[in-house]
Write a protein that binds this ligand. Structure first.
Ligand code: GRF
Length: 214
C-alpha cells in the first residue's frame, strides 16, 4: 500500500462522509485508511468502519480535563498511524491551535455551507433564515480560524420554496459525498498547493474556476 495516501479519519457521529470515502477507496481512490477515530463511543460511523474492516479507536473527550490535554492525546494517537492526511468527517470539536498547526497543510474538513457564508453550527437553518437562493458544501484545509481555512472545492445546490432544514440538508449531503472524495483525490495526486489563503489546483485557484474533472 506504499503508493497509497495514508489517511486517518476523525468522526463524531453518523459517518456518511466516512462511508463515501470508504466507498471511493474500494473503487479507484488511491488511499489507505489506517484508522477511524471517534471522540464519541456511540458514533454510528464506528460500526460502518468496523464493517468495512477498518481499525477503529475511541478517544472519549469527556475523560480529559482540558481541550489541550485531549488534543495532545489525540495527536499522539493519530501520529501512531503515520498518516499523510487527516480527514475530519463530521468531527464536532473545536481544535486547539497547537493541534491545528501540527497538521498544517495536511488536514481537511468538510462544512455544510458555501463558506465563508454560515460558519459554525445549524447552517441549513441559517441559510433558510437568511433567504439566500443557493447553499452548498465546502471542503477546506483546517487552520486556527474555525471553518476559515483555504477552500479546496465547493458544491452548490439551489434552495427551493418549500425547503425545510432537513430537506435542504439531504440535498447538501449528497454533494458532500461527491466533493470530499474528489478533494482527497486531488491531494493524493499531489495537485494541491496552498498559497496564503488560496488553494491552487494544478497551479490555478481551486475554487472560483470551473474545475475540469469532476
Ligand atoms: C456533515 O454535514 C458535515 O458537513 C458536517 O457534519 C456532518 C457529518 O455527517 N461537518 P456524517 O457524520 O458524515 O454523516
Amino acid at each position: 500500500m506504499a503508493d497509497r495516501l495514508a489517511l486517518v479519519v476523525l468522526i463524531s457521529g453518523r459517518g456518511s462522509n466516512l462511508q463515501a470515502i470508504v466507498d471511493a477507496a474500494q473503487g479507484d481512490l488511491p488511499i489507505d485508511i489506517r484508522a477511524v477515530i471517534s471522540n464519541r463511543p456511540e458514533a454510528a460511523g464506528l460500526a460502518r468502519a468496523a464493517e468495512a474492516g477498518m481499525e477503529t479507536r475511541v478517544l472519549d473527550h469527556s475523560l480529559y480535563r482540558s481541550r489541550a490535554d485531549y488534543d495532545r492525546a489525540l495527536q499522539t494517537l493519530i501520529d501512531s498511524f503515520e498518516p499523510d492526511l487527516v480527514v475530519l468527517a463530521g468531527f464536532m470539536r473545536i481544535l486547539s491551535p497547537a493541534f491545528v498547526n501540527h497538521y498544517q497543510g495536511r488536514m481537511l474538513n468538510i462544512h455544510p455551507s458555501l463558506l465563508p457564508a454560515f460558519p459554525g453550527l445549524d447552517t441549513h437553518e441559517k441559510a433558510l433564515e437568511a433567504g439566500v437562493r443557493e447553499h452548498g458544501a465546502s471542503v477546506h484545509f483546517v487552520t486556527e480560524e474555525v471553518d476559515g481555512g483555504p477552500l479546496v472545492i465547493q458544491a452548490r445546490v439551489p434552495i427551493l420554496p418549500k425547503d425545510t432544514p432537513e430537506v435542504l440538508a439531504a440535498r447538501v449531503l449528497e454533494q458532500e459525498h461527491r466533493i470530499y472524495p474528489q478533494a482527497i483525490r486531488w491531494f493524493a495526486e499531489g495537485r494541491l498547493r496552498i498559497e496564503g489563503n488560496t488553494v491552487l489546483l494544478d497551479g490555478r485557484p481551486a475554487v472560483g474556476v470551473k474545475n475540469r474533472d469532476w
